[in-house]
Design a protein around this ligand. Structure first.
Ligand code: UVW
Length: 320
């Protein structure tokens, strides 16, 4: 993937803003600090009808689960079921009740998930300046655990970029900027406010389930936000705590200008402490928002409490 003309991500982001130290030298949840009690109440105030939506994809779907190329899909294995009893191998308890058990082997980033703030880095430093060697053998710093312990609650706003462009799904590699988000918001009749949890639909994850998988992964390049200093400055100024998308990596896979892979992971997550939520299923929520015209709501989520994890699955709940 490396090419002579592609700058090092440290060079690309040399003058980019950072929130390191803003919440103290030990902080591990970054921009989630923006979600104060007042922000929770602002989210609650967006609730109108009581309709609820869950944003996780199904784990272990018969068609497979969409994952970053190179990662394996989640595998669920039965370790106990009626078959064990039929062949006399099920444990017999007093009263002769029976049970089923199973286990799952998966990448922690292999479903809808929160990335830990220490999930990516450059220059040997993670979020808040933590030493990258603290990731060896498990994240000692900026793991997903502090995010999971804290939880994420606030006002969410959904921007449907696919619908805005008159498409079911954006094209592979199709990009958009914060200016495009603002335009889409205006068309939708909603305002992106400071401290909003920003949720962006491209249609990409939904399309996985009715596309041929070979086609989905071929020349893999997802649609998404594209890096620019202005976009990063906008996230900084808007104090966005959390970016949620229906793509595997929350941004266009390859920055078309610099050629750097996933620069926003570093500009937003490592430098600003913006939490990233990926592989969300946004189609039913978006269809409902288009129908009732309500694009903002209460967003709640808490990833699983994985000690030292670089990420963890989550099933966010939206209440309209
Ligand atoms: C990578 O780590 C490549 O991506 P993600 O943040 O989507 O898991």
């Amino acid at each position: 993937m490396e090419s002579k003309n592609v700058p090092h991500v440290a060079e690309l982001l040399r003058d980019a803003p950072k929130n390191w130290g803003r919440w103290g030298p030990d902080d591990e949840v970054g921009s989630l600090n923006y979600l104060t009690q007042a922000e929770v109440l602002r989210g609650v105030a967006a609730v109108r009808s009581g309709k609820t939506f869950t944003l996780q994809i199904q784990m272990g779907h018969p068609k497979g689960d969409p994952v970053w190329p190179g990662r394996a899909q989640a595998r669920r294995l039965n370790v106990m079921d009626k078959g064990h009893y039929l062949c006399g191998k099920g444990p017999v308890f007093p009263g002769e009740g029976e049970y089923a058990d199973d286990m799952m082997i998966m990448y922690l980033q292999g479903s809808t998930q929160y990335d830990a703030l220490g999930h990516v880095w450059y220059g040997d430093q993670l979020w808040n300046g933590f030493d990258a060697r603290s990731t060896i053998g498990g994240l000692d710093k900026a793991s997903v655990l502090p995010i999971a312990e804290r939880g994420v609650v606030g006002r969410g706003v959904l921007i449907d970029m696919a619908r805005h462009r008159g498409k079911d799904v954006l094209d592979p590699g199709e990009t958009f900027t914060h200016q495009d988000l603002l335009q889409a918001a205006e068309t939708q009749g909603v305002r992106i406010e400071k401290h909003d949890i920003l949720i962006i639909r491209t249609g990409w994850i939904g399309s996985f389930y009715h596309r041929d998988q070979t086609e989905f992964y071929q020349n893999f390049i997802e649609p998404g936000l594209t890096y620019s200093p202005e976009l990063v400055e906008w996230f900084h100024k808007m104090e966005i705590p959390n970016l949620v998308t229906d793509t595997i990596a929350n941004e266009v896979t390859m920055d078309p200008v610099s050629g750097v892979a996933l620069p926003l992971h570093n500009a937003l997550m490592r430098n600003l402490g913006v939490t990233l939520t990926e592989i969300a299923q946004l189609d039913p929520l978006a269809a409902d928002c288009a129908e009732d015209g309500q694009w903002s709501f209460l967003y709640t989520a808490a990833p699983l409490k994985v000690v030292n994890g670089s990420g963890a699955p989550v099933n966010p709940v939206v209440i309209k």
